[in-house]
Design a protein around this ligand. Structure first.
Ligand code: SF4
Ligand code: SF4
Length: 111
C-alpha cells in the first residue's frame, strides 16, 4: 500500500463515526446480543439438588455446599453456559449483565 493510499484512508477514517465507545467513561449502556452469556442468575427455589451443574461445570465454579445444596465461586466462572444448559429446572440462567464488581475475592462466592 502506497503512502498516498494510506493518507487517504487515514483522512477518511478521521471523519467516520467511531466503531468503539469510550466505555466506561461514557454513561450510555452497552447493548449486548441476546445470546450474550453474562452474570449467573441462580434461583435456589427451583433447584432440586440433582448436581448436574456441578458435574458439567468445566472450571469447578459450582460445588456441593452441603446435602443437596450448591454454591458458586464466580471468580472461577468462565461463562460457558453449561450449567444453564443442563439444569432440568432452569434454576440457572446467564443474564446480559457484565458489570461485575466485587469488593473482595470472597464476595464472588455465592449460594
Ligand atoms: S457458566 Fe460455565 S463455568 Fe460458569 S458456573 Fe456455569 S458451567 Fe461453570
Ligand atoms: S442442575 Fe439445576 S436443579 Fe440440578 S443442582 Fe444444578 S441448579 Fe439445582
Amino acid at each position: 500500500m502506497g503512502i498516498g493510499k494510506i493518507m487517504k484512508d487515514a483522512a477518511t477514517r478521521l471523519f467516520r463515526k467511531p466503531s468503539t465507545i469510550g466505555y466506561p467513561l461514557k454513561p450510555e449502556r452497552v447493548e449486548v446480543p441476546d445470546s450474550y452469556r453474562g452474570a449467573i442468575d441462580f434461583d435456589p427455589k427451583l433447584c432440586v439438588g440433582c448436581m448436574l451443574c456441578v458435574r458439567f461445570c468445566p472450571s469447578g465454579a459450582i460445588t456441593v455446599a452441603d446435602k443437596r445444596r450448591i454454591a458458586f465461586d464466580l471468580a472461577r466462572c468462565i461463562y460457558c453456559g453449561q450449567c444453564a444448559e443442563v439444569c432440568p429446572r432452569k434454576a440457572i440462567k446467564l443474564t446480559k449483565e457484565f458489570e461485575l464488581i466485587y469488593e473482595s475475592i470472597e464476595s464472588f462466592k455465592q449460594q
